[in-house]
Write a protein that binds this ligand. Structure first.
Ligand code: BGC
Length: 480
């Protein structure tokens, strides 16, 4: 029998977490299939397929849009209110205030507890920055775009019911309700002179703001903006699909849009829910354990392998398992004796992994400090070497998986077909922005995917800052 050592366990793990060329191919093909299935299904609350939600945004901006709009953004744990002045030359000015959502609101009994808090923040912002617009005259109400970064079943630009919460929110009462209406009711109750006219997912905001910013400056433009994507606490993406292909769209609405000359609509894929049935996604015991303790077991299975909310938890689960096998942290005789933080789910932030990923200090001293600080966990050099290998395996799996929807959408939309055709993908989110090497690992995987190295070279992945603020303003603009 071979001896179980830390090194042999790490080698097994790295192998298990490797996504090779053939897996990329299978996943990309399955993603394309799932897009087609999702465009055909009506998005009902219990559906496990790719949601593929029509957004009622029918074009991307060209940079010449202008006007002053309000935007509110409920994303991870923060709520932002902004006032965006689009100047019509691809630039904008933005004022904002940001507040951390109080913990007790994440699992409040009623929706109104959360939405009255949001309305209060909008009110404070308007009083501070738009005192001149505090009119009771409805026609003069400021128009607000609401970036709501959770899956909603959108039925019009300014209407959408929550399918389910993700990323830690657990307010059951909100599921099935129109989130625009919930916010408007509370704004009206507090007599805030604001009308919520557009609802936008953060990915839609990212696509719109990216197109706006690169639109009117041809010198900086490297191709059409074709995908808006988020790789942060959660992950998701959107792109333009021909209206005729969105079979689930009410035929009357499709006809009306086409009569107005519209040809395409942005679709919010909600790719966090790709392959919820785990037909092809890798599934380790760590993934299974995380799913069980998550707020939405059985859903968002792709997100649980890719996004920042879960990378740290995967590492924590792996470390606890290695300890139970007796190959790491042997000074602790049993699970109960491990440092409390190492026993606490979701305690380990992906930011810690980002330091370990690139630690090249002597004896991995920085890793030692990071683990001491974040988990109160002392380590020896051999353990740190093992932990660094595990961290790199986790982030590489995440980035390689992240490439799958990008490759699939580019292939499905034939975005790279044409002479010297190049495309831009606007991205936002803490992982893609700050995790060292994440973007280049996505690129490696794109080259290895069915897109191939030639396709990969024509793809420009660009950080699009403030997507959720500027994008919401742009979606208001598209409602006018
Ligand atoms: C949500 C998406 C969102 C993504 C990124 C996911 O958990 O379901 O709606 O776009 O996170 O914020």
């Amino acid at each position: 029998m071979t001896q179980v050592t830390l090194q042999s366990e790490v080698e097994k793990l790295v192998k298990e977490f490797t996504i090779d060329e053939s897996t990329l191919k299978v996943l990309t093909e399955y993603f394309i299939e799932s897009i087609e299935a999702g465009l055909g299904h009506s998005s009902d609350e219990h559906s496990k397929s790719l949601p593929m939600i029509p957004t009622f945004v029918t074009k991307v901006p060209n940079g010449r849009e202008h006007g002053t709009y309000l935007a509110a953004d409920l994303g991870g744990t923060n709520f932002r209110v902004c006032s965006v002045d689009l100047r019509g030359d691809s630039t904008f000015q933005l004022e904002q205030s940001k507040a951390k959502i109080p913990e007790d609101l994440l699992d409040a009994e009623t929706s109104s507890e959360l939405f009255s808090y949001l309305a209060k923040k909008v009110k404070q912002f308007v009083e501070r920055h738009h005192a001149d617009r505090l009119s009771t005259d409805e026609d003069k109400h400021l128009k607000l775009g609401f970036t709501f970064s959770y899956p909603v079943n959108q039925t019009a630009l300014g209407k959408g019911t929550l399918i389910r919460w993700t990323k830690g929110f657990k307010i059951q009462d909100t599921v099935g309700k129109d989130v625009v209406e919930l916010l408007q009711i509370e704004l009206d109750k507090q007599q805030v002179p604001v009308k919520v006219v557009a609802l936008a997912n953060d990915t839609v905001g990212t696509l719109l703001s990216h197109a706006y910013a690169s639109g009117a400056s041809p010198s900086g433009k490297q191709g059409d903006s074709v995908i808006g994507a988020i790789f942060g606490t959660g992950t998701n993406g959107c792109y333009l699909e021909p209206i005729d292909e969105i079979k689930k769209l009410d035929p009357k609405i499709a006809e009306e849009l086409k009569n107005k000359g519209e040809t395409h609509m942005v679709v919010n894929t909600e790719w966090g829910s790709f392959d919820n049935d785990l037909k092809h996604l890798p599934n380790s015991i760590y993934d299974e354990r995380i799913d069980k303790i998550s707020s939405n077991p059985g859903y968002h299975m792709f997100e649980k392998r890719v996004s920042g909310m879960f990378m740290g938890e995967i590492l924590r689960q792996v470390l606890v398992e290695l300890h139970s096998k007796g190959v790491i942290f042997t000074q602790y005789p049993n699970y109960e004796r491990l440092p409390h933080r190492l026993r606490t789910a979701f305690e380990l932030d992906s930011e810690v992994l980002s330091h370990i990923e690139i630690d090249d200090s002597t004896n991995l001293k920085e890793t030692e400090l990071s683990l001491l600080q974040s988990l109160r966990l002392p380590t020896i050099k051999e353990e740190r070497i093992a932990i660094q290998s595990i961290v790199r395996a986790i982030s590489r799996r995440s980035a390689y998986l992240a490439a799958v929807p990008l490759a699939a959408i580019l292939i499905r939309t034939k975005a790279l077909e044409g002479y010297h055709k190049e495309v831009e993908i606007g991205v936002d989110g803490s992982v893609v922005e700050y995790y060292p090497g994440f973007r280049s690992m996505i690129r490696h995987a794109l080259a290895l995917s069915p897109l191939g190295p030639d396709g990969e070279r024509k793809v420009h992945i660009q950080i699009s800052k403030d997507g959720s603020g500027v994008g919401a303003a742009l979606s208001v603009q598209s409602s006018t």
